[in-house]
Each structure stands twice: as C-alpha cells, then as structure tokens.
Ligand binder design. Sequence first.
Ligand SMILES: C[S@@+](CC[C@H](N)C(=O)[O-])C[C@H]1O[C@@H](n2cnc3c(N)ncnc32)[C@H](O)[C@@H]1O
Length: 285
Amino acid sequence: MTRGHERIGPTAHYTAYVWRAAGFERAELFSTWQGAALYWGFFAAGEWATRLSRGTPSMRVYLEYRHRLIDAVVAEHRPDVVVELGAGLTRRAVVWALDEHAMGLEYDLPDMVSRKRAALARAPDAVRRALAGRHRVEAANVVEPGFAATLREALQDAERPVVVAEGLLSYLAGSERAQLYSSVAGALGPNGLFVSDLHTRAGQASVGISASVLRTAIRTVTRRRKALDPYADEAQVRRVMGHAGLGTVSFTEPSAYYDAAPKLRRLHSPTHIVTARVARAEGCR
Ligand SMILES: C[S@@+](CC[C@H](N)C(=O)[O-])C[C@H]1O[C@@H](n2cnc3c(N)ncnc32)[C@H](O)[C@@H]1O
C-alpha cells in the first residue's frame, strides 16, 4: 500500500459534512465533528479563494457535483448490489439498502471501517433493523491483488452490480489504479457498471489557477505531497482501463441527468465522472 493512505481518511469526514450540509438523505448518520472542524479549517487554508471566481467551483460545489452525478448514474443503472470502494463515510450504499432494497457493500481500510460501524451502531433502531442482512462494511485494501478474489466472490450472484470508487482514484499511484481496475473487471460480470470520478490535465486546466488553490488546500488536509494527480487525457484513461479489462469507457455528460437530478443544474466541476463495463471479450462468465 502506498504510504499516506491513512491520511486520505480525514477528507472522508470533510466530505460527509458537505453531504449533510447539502441535504443528501441519510447523510446525518455519518456526519462527524471532525468533518465540521476540517470544513472550516479547509476554508481558512485557502478554499475561500476559490469563491472569488464565479467560474470556479468551491470545494462544497466540487464535492456535491461529484456525489449527485454519481448518484444519478447509479440510479439510472437500477443496481441490485451497490459496492463502494474506499467508502469512507458515504451514505450511498446505506440509502440503496434501506430505500431501494438493494444490497449495500462497503470496503475501506480498518480504521475507517471501525468508524463507519460505530456510526451505524449509533443509528436509530429502525435503521439498524432494516439494514440487517442487506448492508455490510468490510475491511479490505482494495489495491492489493488479493482483493480481486474478494470482490469476485462478493458479486458472484449479482445481476446488475454497480461498483463505485468516489474520491479514491486521485490518491492512488498508477499501478494501484491499474490493480483496482483489474479487480473490478474480474468481478463485474456482463451487466455490471464501474463508476468513478477522476481528473485529466485538460479538465483541470479549465479552472486554471483555482485548481492549484484547491490542490494546495487538499494537500494541507491530507498532509500529502501529491494529491489529484491527473491522467493526461481521456485517451489515456481509456487505454489504462482497457489494459485492465474494462471497456465501454464513457465520460458522463452532466446535462443528460438534469431532469433526473435538477440540483445538478447549479453545480459544476472539472472532475470527470467516468463509467466502464467489462471489456467485451471478458464479458461472459
Ligand atoms: C478521500 S476518501 C473518499 C471517501 C468517500 N468515498 C467519499 O467520497 O467521501 C478515500 C477513502 O478511501 C479509503 N482508502 C484509501 N486507500 C484505500 C485502500 N487501499 N483500500 C481501501 N480503502 C482505501 C480511505 O480510508 C478513505 O476512507
């Protein structure tokens, strides 16, 4: 595992606070005081500067856009199983388990899994009862080769699984991303969908100087030398995913979801939400 993975965790608290503030259902189950403290610390560290330019998303808009658009893409797929890789404090798998009668399955590193389980243990009785047998939070290093077998086994009976990696890829080294793609490709099956956010240099260039303000703020919170290492361009994304066995790679056009998710209309971001399926030759199992 790349050194510093344990430092990504704080951003999960931050994001959970943003989701609650943005009114996402069930977000209150996972919002923490650490998230609130980070939010305002982040603001002081320079995130405020992004609010000076109308063309640049604030950190709140950036995170809300990502989460809403991924939600819309997931909903369109009508999954029977929702998997979150590097789940952090996301509410998505819980929402699908509670409100849509899907199976929710979350993977993260042990510390975060403990926090998530503790948050679930504090949830109202009715929520805990409804989640029983429908939702699991498991410790796993999703960039290790052994995770391929774990995910394949977890999805062996799934008809239309969705595997989401939100806010994760940007922190991983190229080899780790490749391993993760390969594990997903080996487990998705013919009707599965992989959904992730990622960055390209072209996308980042579209918000100019403010992208570096955001990067600096993220580095401050995660104490990493590098964050948000982008792909060169869309062609590189297709190539790398293709090598790992993922095909039908698609860069989501947000306007296609404006009717289903009207709040997306007021949000924007340099982030790409990318979907992929198992490459055709590997689609049969
Ligand atoms: C930036 S947070 C994103 C969390 C959540 N998906 C979100 O959108 O807010 C990244 C999460 O990935 C987890 N993570 C990082 N490396 C991981 C790995 N190798 N295996 C499993 N989880 C990992 C961290 O613990 C953290 O919870």
